[in-house]
Design a binder for this molecule. Sequence first.
Ligand code: PHE
Length: 453
Amino acid sequence: MSQSVSRSTWTNRWAFILVTIGSAVGLGNIWRFSYLAGSSGGSAFVLVYLLCVGLIGLPLLMAEILIGRRGRGNPVQAMLNTAEETGNSPWWALLGWAGMLGALLILSYYSVVSGWIADYLYQAVVGIRVETAEAARQGFAALAGDPLRMGFWHTVMLTLSVGVVARGVVAGIEAANRIMMPVLFLILLLLTLWGGVVGDMPAALHFMFDFKADALTPSVVLAAMGHAFFSLSLGMGAIMVYGSYLDRHTRIGHTSLWVVGASTLVGLLSGMAIFSLTFGYGLAPSAGPGLILQTLPLAFAHMPGGRLVAVFFFLFVLFAAWTSAISLVEPFVSWLTERYGIRRARAAWGTWAPVWLLGLAVCLSFNRWSDFTLAGLNLFDALDQFASKIMMPLSGLMIAVYVGWRMGTALVREEIALRGAAFPLWFNVLRYVVPIGIVLVFCHNLGWLPWLA
Ligand code: PHE
């Protein structure tokens, strides 16, 4: 079944690190991290999140890169190739399928939320100010109530993301990340410094890092673990397909450390920037999902240079979202091109259409179709919950089982090339800690561990 196609490779290992950070750093690290930390007791969430990133995220990231690179193919083909090589059942390819389709589901609403950011960037550029909390709330409600406006920005963001993928792995994905990621880091540094100048950085640091044992409830622990998944793009074929373009000589452990370190740093710095502004302007950190859209604009309206800061801030979030959305498009496109020999551009625009339609339904789920629910959730929430609470942990679990227990120690050792005690350490964490951790999160998410709530 193995199929050999000539495949692109990243220009060098730094390019791989950059694109993978690009995938990891997204709405998750900024929008989701800040509102979850804000509403789950700050430091307790942050500290557990850091622990989970190290104990579950890093080992799993390495395993996913390993499969992609060894299998040299799109997620389905990489699973087929490695399963054949290691004498495992071809049914493991289902893991590739689940990732690829899960990525498209996430993309459909991710593109809509990216569209909100684009809309707010536009408002910042043309200088729309919100002076009061009520105006900020109404501003967001107006957007959520207008399917045409949301659909317009969703179309823009999806087209931008697919357009990059259509251009190719190196000429598109790598080139886009080479431009956007450095700008993103630069803006983030400036924002954090500015947060320190005009905001209340000490309050932000206390909020994020003071250890408060009583806030450490089981549900905070499990929420933080789940977020570690989302923020590292795990289990959705994105990391696997990026790994499949990685050359044989790059050391997976090293590169993964860079990726995990940098994307966590972005999360922490943006948290520091966001919370120092939040506290500096007397706002509540626990505003929920609306934190960066409904709370920060108030701070922008009242700070010196606020309009410029707002433009930079939303540009920063937009770049983060865009580089992540690209990695959600690539798994399916690579499958179409390799499986059917379709030209990349055609495959990319073919992928655009169904995701665009589903995204339009998501736009409508906030207003006209808000009565239509699945398991009590509107379409947006249903997609998000299904992908992040069911598909991601399940795929992550299967990856840990596959690499930890099915591929064979000798092959895994050769591919991962870790020295000394690092190999058994990583391998045992992958075999035991990761699956147990995931099963706990999963059962909790499904409400099977009510005594932990
Ligand atoms: N990691 C991205 C974020 O933090 C989301 C993502 C998930 C991207 C899965 C690709 C695959 O926003």
